[in-house]
Ligand binder design. Sequence first.
Ligand code: ADP
Ligand code: MG
Length: 880
Amino acid sequence: MATVGGNRNGVHRASNLRTSSSFKSKLPPANVRRSSPASIGGVAESGRVRVAVRLRPRNAEEQVADADFADCVELQPELKRLKLRKNNWDSDTFEFDEVLTEFASQKRVYEVVAKPVVESVLDGYNGTVMAYGQTGTGKTYTLGRLGDEDTSARGIMVRSMEDILANISPETDSISVSYLQLYMETIQDLLYPANDNISIVEDQRTGDVSLPGATVLEIRDQQSFVELLRLGEAHRFAANTRLNTESSRSHALLMVQVKKSVPGGVDFPQESQNHSSLVGNLRPPMIRKGKLIVVDLAGSERIHKSGSEGHMLEEAKSINLSLSALGKCINALAENSSHVPVRDSKLTRLLKDSFGGTSRTSLIVTVGPSPRHRAETASTIMFGQRAMKVENMLKIKEEFDYKSLSKRLEMEIDKLIAENERQQKVYENEIERIRLEAQKRVAEAERSYVEVLEEEKTKCQMDYMESIKKLEEKWTFNQQKHAFNGENQAYAGGEEAAELKRLLQNEIRLRKAAEEENHFLKNQLLKFSKELESGNANGFSIQEVLEEEGLQKKKLEEEVRVLRSQLAQQSIEANQSRSYPERGNSGNPLLGIDSLTPLNDLRSRDGNNGERASIANLHEQVGLHKILSLLESEDANVRIHAVKVVANLAAEEANQEKIVEAGGLTSLLMLLRTYEDETIRRIAAGAIANLAMNEANQELIMAQGGICLLAMTAGDAEDPQTLRMVAGAIANLCGNDKLQTRLRSEGGIKALLGMVRCRHPDVLSQVARGIANFAKCESRASTQGTRDGRSLLIEDGALPWIVQNANNEASLIRRHVELALCHLAQHEVNAKEMISGGALWELVRISRDCSREDIRALARRTLTTSSTFQAEMRRLRIEV
Ligand code: ADP
Ligand code: MG
């Protein structure tokens, strides 16, 4: 025997025990569960073969036979030492990975010897638990006890399966078991005894050995496994009987194949917590194939001892071939020999991976206490000591689970396809949304473009119109200038001469009338003188008449004085009175925006609200005739008062007829003619304007030469209010269809136009009203066919003023002028002059911009019905 004895204190230790840490690099990966602290040597991860020694208690026979002797071994479990007595005073000490006394429970033995191996098997390593020792020392007790009657007696096989079953998932993992006996180099199937010569097949490439002929049973639960063990045991017993041998001479091998699947997955980088991301390391599913071999070796006692039992020596050699081959291999491995005779026996071939291979291996050596078997015990201890030096290279048996990998990849692909489709859909929706949005924006842009274009077009047209207008004006101006300078120069002069001639004729007529009257009076005077000279009664009567006249005059003067004081009195009364109600306007046709209100003006300027009541009283008391006669009073104050009274009365329509009948109109006209006083003229003109509201009066005014007088006043009056009254009176006359020609021939239109020199808007407003009235009457007459030819307004040169004021700031003026333009434009005969005078532009403007719908419509209608305007508009490219 090799290394008996040893170091100074006599402790034998496997030489490479302390270098076990060098095997750490070959340890299982981090996810392998750690063994309990009670595991062999406390260094569960080492690849070295772990060896424990177990002492069987004395059996009944030994208790008697060895009663006077001490045990041949003494255990120091806390030091993991075993002392083997040499004699009464000397012993050898051996150190093991674990020392299990006779009191060690089956549970503890399992935990320190087998559990770490079982755990490794579950992690995908091969594992071996083997018992070595002399027959009867407890190998089968340690490994194979089923624990039927006492569960605490369950051996390593049963407990291993319990642990394996507890750590697999029946859905994905599997356990399969073979149970074999090796006897005289023959492998027999303990699960199927007919199978009594199973051959070992070695993979040429990997060197792995397998037993394809062995029965392999799937294990689903502990019960069926225990049944399997029981069956195997029974078959072992039967076979041994048949072979006329003992189980102690055969090796029993339980092979448990554990296939455990490790699900795949995706490992995401730590910073990315977003697992919805599809990017990560794909971890494929794996299958771990761990194989556990539990070997209950034949008894290690020497053959000569059992030779007594009748076996031939050769046979005995054959029986122990495997065991001695195992010893040789372990020796070779322990000594790091270059040659390990693995192929020498079937046992060493089967345990190729267990010693010097990749398996995690635990060996339990069993010894008995009897000093009679000291030599066998020593041999067993030495076997264990050598085995402790064997280093294995643990290697995980794990392979890709391609089937489930492909299944999982298919699922991944399906998921990705679904995701892709979803994203495609989202993308398409987004594209559609963007397309619609773009369409909408294009439509909007087109719309605003069209609007801007339209605006630009209108603006351009207006600019164009403006420039054409200016050019036309310039052209007209040049034409006129040219004409003036040329042969037509005489025309203007001729017109002026005609006007002068007309005035001259008028003057001649008036002079003639005056001469006639003078002549008549002269004749009368001559006649009276003759009568006076002849002294006839007529002379007396004339004197009487003169005296009568003088008296009458005195009486009248007296009356005037009375009236004046009454008037003053009434005025004071009226002033004091505040209780008079507001005068109603209903009776006054002059009120309203298109009308004159001379009375109101008179009242506000020259009197007060109470004056009217006193005037009414006066009128009642004195009588109209007397008031009218006062208009010719020599006293200027009287005349002023009288004209005020008349004007006020004339404001009432009811009085107008009476005033005219009583010769008031003639008197008022006389005042215009005779008096230079501005106040009187203003009030008289106002009164005439009021009377001119009435159609019958209009004719009378006309008949009495009123136009001439009004024209005269229009020509020399300065006061805007006077002019306003005069213009109002003429404007009223302009509205009379019958008087059109006469009004014009007596200078009414020219008088009207002349008044525009006063820029007062009130005056302009009346002028515009007059022109509009006149144009309206002309238009009516033309439509009725009672007149033809160019408008007299145009003839009299009203057009430039009309065009100039068509867009006057004052709405009242503008409206009259707009209407006048529309009326003038009704007749084709006016069109040419209107175009050359620039009226077309104004009509176009009115048709577009006028705030009054009816005027706008009238302008548009007029423009569209006139062929001349149409042609011009076409020429100028103007659209209405
Ligand atoms: P082997 O298999 O090594 O030949 P066995 O397991 O058959 O030995 O054991 C021989 C006898 O010793 C059996 O009767 C067994 O019950 C008993 N025995 C063995 N080991 C122990 C132990 N640790 N405690 C009690 N009895 C034991
Ligand atoms: Mg046995």
